[in-house]
Design a protein around this ligand. Sequence first.
Ligand SMILES: NC(=O)c1ccc[n+]([C@@H]2O[C@H](COP(=O)([O-])OP(=O)(O)OC[C@H]3O[C@@H](n4cnc5c(N)ncnc54)[C@H](OP(=O)(O)O)[C@@H]3O)[C@@H](O)[C@H]2O)c1
Length: 218
Amino acid sequence: MTVDGKITTRAFSPVDFTSREDKLHLLRQRSLGDAVLIGRSTLAHDNVRLGLPDPKMRAEREARGQSPYPLRVIVSNEGRIDPALKIFQTDISRILIFSTTRMPRKFQVGLREKATLHLTDARSVDLARMLQQLWSEYRVRRVACEGGAELFRSLLELRLVDQLNLTIAPYIFGGKGAPTLTGRGTDFLAGGSVRCALRDMHTVGEECFLEYRLKYPA
Ligand SMILES: NC(=O)c1ccc[n+]([C@@H]2O[C@H](COP(=O)([O-])OP(=O)(O)OC[C@H]3O[C@@H](n4cnc5c(N)ncnc54)[C@H](OP(=O)(O)O)[C@@H]3O)[C@@H](O)[C@H]2O)c1
């Protein structure tokens, strides 16, 4: 995020204001996960494949007993996920979509060929249940969530985030149209503030890399 807490521009453009080092840092975090999780809007805007280009990271995963690439998990309530996105053209690991039966039939047909659909009859995805399913059906023990803000906020409000990796990039955007870490909403977090305990902090060039443990009252 920028110094004033923005995670993208008001046009929701893909993040290009952080360094190569930060992008590597993201890949390192991704490489630790059994699954990588992303919200529909981030996937659509950034058009990412969620792969791991570095063979060394893949070899390290295999040495830890993980598959070479993490499972890729997409979350969407409405289910309008474009099957032409790059992620669906890359056959490196299984793709799971957690959505609802509101997903239009046309999208269900297009996506079923490329991903496993978990559709609930409820209005929205139950994120806690999704994580339980990832644990029990897919043996996922660690999830690396890459946002965006709306998904992060939902997980935070459900107290489902235990670690936050944050990079502060040397920019100030200003304005209220660009989302912060928890989105553009003006409401306080449901359930109140979350306390973060700083576990690590280092700088590379003009960027500051922070790692927090999130602490929730018992
Ligand atoms: N700086 C960074 O590190 C960083 C990281 C990630 C993203 N971003 C940027 O953030 C922007 C996107 O932000 P965003 O807040 O719109 O993204 P988002 O959280 O990726 O996407 C929001 C959409 O994801 C689905 N979703 C989110 N929470 C959900 C939940 N609890 N249950 C079910 N579905 C859920 C919904 O999809 P449906 O509408 O389909 O129901 C929702 O509209 C992009 O511009 C991206 O580049 C920046």
